[in-house]
Ligand binder design. Sequence first.
Ligand SMILES: NC(=O)c1ccc[n+]([C@@H]2O[C@H](COP(=O)([O-])OP(=O)(O)OC[C@H]3O[C@@H](n4cnc5c(N)ncnc54)[C@H](O)[C@@H]3O)[C@@H](O)[C@H]2O)c1
Length: 359
Amino acid sequence: MTRRARIAVLGAGWWSSTVHLPALAGNPRAELVAVCDPNASRARLAASTFGGRPFTDVDDLLARIPLDGVVIATPHTTHFAAAEAALRVGVNVLVEKPLATTASDAWALVELARERSCLLAAGLTYQYAAAAPQIRDAVQTDIGELRSINAEFSSTTLGLFRVVDPEDARLDDAAAPHGTTYSDPETGGGQAHTQMTHLLGGVLWAAGRQAIEVSAFTAHHGLAVDLVDAVAFSLDGGALAAASSTGTTPPGVAPRHRIRFHGTKGMVEWDMLRADAVVHLEGGLMRAIDNPVDSPSYAKGRVTESFVESILDGTPTPAPAFAAAASVALIEATLRSAQERRVLEVSQAPAALFDSLPS
Ligand SMILES: NC(=O)c1ccc[n+]([C@@H]2O[C@H](COP(=O)([O-])OP(=O)(O)OC[C@H]3O[C@@H](n4cnc5c(N)ncnc54)[C@H](O)[C@@H]3O)[C@@H](O)[C@H]2O)c1
């Protein structure tokens, strides 16, 4: 019989219940063997709807159930401990964005994954679009030396960041996020960790670079977490970048998720929402990179499918942990820079780790 990847899902909330669990349940190459959530009724509901055994404790699950991979879709500040626990016992990990909320945690996960020869992939959805690797290749090979990057990410996320009384947190309603997942600084809420992570992850992944220094502003507009972020940063290799992100887009107004990479020989304009790009070259030449018509531009269903393919076939993940960790380091420094109102260095990958990775 064809081998199927044995997968557990940690977190049975909104994103798992609407995206990862149905995608895994419908994937003939995956076997959903367990679902874990400290909220027992969410765990039971998810297991009875999609399959697998319900658990309320990650360590208990890891001790009892042999696994090929775990998918982590829990509040941001819980990503590190869950991923670390799985990697320690040699299980491949797909972590929703952000990979972690501090640079030291993010680099520790990359290091642990390398030590245990495990896959560590991030749920940076835009990188899973079929055209995304071609767009990254254009940035790295077609436009000469990278000099400047402009990036913007707007979204209708204000509602997620409003503080909800934990007593009224719709604990049993997996159709909506838990009331404090995105609105509490303690759980890693706010626009930077929730949304700008897609943008900065995309910038660093496509450029194949790490950030070096950062200067940032954030605005909270009465919330406990950041709602609007503006950040200027330098990259290794000498390029300078400016990125902004806002959660204030009113319903019905089109969001924009766009990055322009300017090089010495041309420019790539990546529209992340459309999953396409235009490459502008010297002499007025232009080349379009289109996403295939039969392939979704917002490839949320591809995320676990690709994880299963990587486990079974050894295909590389489109969202490798190294770039995702570099974006965590940039976001941590962004939030601190805004708070301390000064230019800060961004944590770099430890040299030993950097040298040991394939380019
Ligand atoms: N890639 C995307 O575009 C995208 C979109 C939405 C959400 N997400 C990500 O998915 C993740 C989950 O978000 P959500 O909206 O589903 O939140 P949610 O609040 O609906 O669900 C989180 C669930 O995790 C559970 N949980 C808390 N600690 C846990 C632990 N240690 N182990 C297992 N479960 C635990 C909670 O009880 C809750 O049921 C976040 O990282 C979020 O950023 C990604």
